[in-house]
Design a protein around this ligand. Sequence first.
Ligand code: ADP
Ligand code: ZN
Ligand code: MG
Length: 476
Amino acid sequence: MDYEAVIGLEVHAQLLTESKIFCGCATRFGAPPNTQVCPVCLGMPGTLPVLNRRAVEFALKMALATHCRVAPESVFARKNYFYPDLPKGYQISQYERPLAEHGYLDIQVNGTSRRIGITRIHLEEDAGKLIHSDTRPVSFVDFNRTGVPLIEIVSEPELRTPEEAVAYLQGLRNILLYLGICDGNLEEGSLRCDANISLRPVGETAFGTKVEIKNMNSFRFLRQALEYEIRRQRALLLEGREILQETRLWDAAKGQTFSMRGKEEAHDYRYFPDPDLVPLKVSDAWLEDIRRSLPELPAARTRRFMEEYGLPEYDAGVLTADKALADYFEAVLATFPRPKQVSNWIMAEVLRELKKEEAGIASLKVAPRDLGRLLALVEEGAISGKMAKMVFEDMVTSGRDPETIIRERGLTQISDAGALEAQAREILAAHPKEVADYRAGKTKVLGFFVGQLMKRTKGQANPQLANEIFRKLLAD
Ligand code: ADP
Ligand code: ZN
Ligand code: MG
């Protein structure tokens, strides 16, 4: 019997507003503990929340960018539970009447496109942060994060593989970055993801019992946790055992998930509308303003890269799937306006380099202008493509500009036909047997002659020109 996975993600994104969602406290990351707090976010009795308009605008941007239907009126609710990082004893969230519903995100995996439904997007406030002492059995609490605005983006259970789940999360992150409303940092927790996963026999339409996995703070951990969970659930089902509905945590060190709490211990949050907040009304005019203010989004940029630069869909998709990479590409074009050549170079050399370092384009030492210059030097025939790769390696480690590297390492290409021809004649004179072979039809020896010329010029002869010269001399 074979099984297929059913996966749905719940993604939380911290919004990049300057102040918190219901008070004026700053949201700056990394400030000393409990320095960005006030009676409102500390949950003092008698205080009242006031909704941050900018947070709503950011959430609406995401809702529009993911094709959601925005509710003209949505309602904030209290989600009640006790935890030391939650001073009020409840979190203000949206429950029965969320801000937006029925959206979607298109993802690409292995060359096929799939549309993943977005169930809802709602606004809520973040909780504080507990810091556990390594040396003593005590914990500290930092309320700076309490009340930082979040959006929660809930997907339909329409993802089928760990790769699709990763592509979906990457797609959401990319849109958040294009919109400039979240910094997308999974490691620091400004973007968080809980994964729900169940298995069912292939062909079955009903869902199996799901498990929720928390605590994955990178794309790699998300993939690994889902892969682990598929193996675990599959083994249980094959033994005829039941899957327990539970919340599990990913242990990166062990490469396993483990049970945190079962269904019995699940919270009953006793949601009810927050009496301190009026319903949130979004007028058509406000929504239209926001729609007009949306920047170019990944899908539109992909189309533009195809139309304006004549790139194949594949190139355009890879480049725009990362805003910083697409920006880099366009910055190189400003110096060297040959889109396909620039794209080839980025897709091969630049991405290989980034993969090696597991880094983003932001950490690449090569300025776009310098890469443009390098490609122009190849185009002008000053250096060969092979030399360019050497120069690029140097640029990556040293951050120096290509001209300096070429000068210092004496890498210039000899494209002077006269100088090359004189040496070519000498080579032919010194190898009468090979010349005879060539004339007898063994044209492959041409490579030998070019090789000799390369050796003499320490690789600096323009290979194309060298070929032409030998061909011409041998035809005489
Ligand atoms: P809960 O009531 O436990 O919060 P929801 O129905 O609200 O569950 O769904 C939460 C997330 O779990 C959503 O992303 C949804 O797509 C996903 N999900 C729901 N049922 C399943 C299932 N059987 N298998 C996998 N994922 C599921
Ligand atoms: Zn405050
Ligand atoms: Mg739910």
